[in-house]
Write a protein that binds this ligand. Sequence first.
Ligand SMILES: Cc1cc2nc3c(=O)[nH]c(=O)nc-3n(C[C@H](O)[C@H](O)[C@H](O)COP(=O)(O)O)c2cc1C
Length: 151
Amino acid sequence: MKTLLIVYHTGGVKTARMAEAVEKGARSEPGIRVVMKRCDDAGPEDLLAADGLILGTPENFGYMSGMMKDFLERVFYPCEGKVNGRPWALFVGAGQDGSGAVASVERIVTGLRLEKKSEPVIGLKELTPEILKQCEELGAAFATGLALGVF
Ligand SMILES: Cc1cc2nc3c(=O)[nH]c(=O)nc-3n(C[C@H](O)[C@H](O)[C@H](O)COP(=O)(O)O)c2cc1C
């Protein structure tokens, strides 16, 4: 059975609620094992064991959160060259923008040679049911893609 790894950070609640929605969607696909961890609990062994990766971060100071950067710094060299071509996706909890978090994560994950499978879900301002629905759909579509082997 394939494994989908969801790794996220939250400084408050927003990105955590988005992560829960992504996880709910992913778990609607029975053919996939879903592992969800916060950045500080996740490491290279988790990424190496995963067939696909969904990352979630707040946007802080026009960048990904410090904890997400720490996670990516810890996994980069141990995983470089060992996860090429595996699918990944992103969700961002932001205030007004979100583009800096997207660009910063994409730049690093491109270096890991993962393959982006969908456009990021960006939650701006207040968290709405529509954003949570988009998160749930992201998790479900990603998990289905993994299960069917179309990624
Ligand atoms: C230190 C700090 C820096 C922030 N910088 C940005 C920013 O550059 N752009 C933005 O859109 N929102 C920014 N925000 C707002 C957060 O992205 C927003 O509140 C987000 O929902 C936080 O998610 P969380 O509740 O999961 O931590 C910042 C918040 C904090 C605490």
